[in-house]
Design a protein. Structure first.
Length: 252
């Protein structure tokens, strides 16, 4: 039986007077990839950032509705935001390694959470880099700057940095849009492996990518979800003509 890891119900979000999300409801299943598709400015990234309360950092942002992680309200009073963001990690569109060594990039999060022993940190760094399929490429230069890595390696480093704090959910905001086709393929292969342990929610503009990697897909338009369901059904038998038009490139 499918288990829901995160859910949103009747979620509304405003930036000042502008309503960016209009009654969004979506279940994200455990150990699966959920893809959010739709044209630019339709609310995909806004929704993604709501899942670990990154939108709290935006001035004038107001939220109504319900978002739950393992059935618990993430907007409840007294919630530990640092703990929430540890459980729900984020990988951004452009790789953003810290200007420090590869090792220190990975060890940064665990250190923030109080881990200091070198032996433990060494194990975490290796495990995270292996989890991001990067260990074999960088194990002999861990003390070198992360800024010397290629774009695709930097993005996998950022994924490893998220994995190092042992999240339960990994949010990805167009993680391959700045990468070449070979690096994109490696990230997609990695996602297929990671979903065995993690729940993944990805924003993508690439229809082929969504079709390849996602178990479920949600089509956003003007702040609403027009249609959500199994990826195969969404792509082969969409119930809404707007979904079909977007997927086939006739939209607009």
């Amino acid at each position: 039986m499918t288990e829901v890891k995160m859910s949103a119900k009747d979620l509304h979000l405003w930036y000042g007077e502008m309503e960016a999300l209009k009654g969004v409801s979506l279940d994200m299943n455990k150990n699966s990839v959920t893809a959010l598709i739709g044209p630019s400015g339709c609310g995909k990234s806004t929704f993604l950032k709501t899942l670990n309360r990154m939108n709290d950092l935006v001035e004038g942002c107001r939220i109504e509705g319900d978002v739950r992680l393992d059935g618990e309200d993430i907007f409840r009073k007294g919630i530990d935001l640092a703990e929430l963001r540890k459980r729900v990690g984020m990988v951004f569109q452009k790789p953003n390694p810290f200007p420090m060594s590869i090792y220190d990039n990975i060890a940064y999060g665990p250190r923030v959470h109080g881990i200091r022993k070198k032996k433990v940190l060494d194990e975490i760094v290796e495990k995270a880099l292996r989890g991001a399929a990067l260990w074999d490429e960088v194990h002999d230069r861990l003390r070198k700057s992360a800024m010397g890595l290629s774009g695709g390696q930097q993005q996998r480093l950022c994924i490893a940095r998220v994995l190092a704090v042992e999240p339960e959910v990994v949010l990805m905001d167009e993680p391959t849009s700045a990468l070449d086709p070979i690096s994109t393929q490696r990230i997609e292969d990695l996602m297929a492996e990671l979903k065995q342990k993690y729940t993944i929610v990805i924003v993508t503009h690439n229809m082929q990518q969504a079709a390849r990697i996602a178990d479920r897909t949600a089509f956003f338009l003007k702040g609403e979800i027009i249609e959500a369901g199994d990826t195969l059904q969404i792509f082969q038998q969409p119930k809404d003509k707007r979904t079909e038009d977007y997927i086939t490139g006739r939209f607009g």
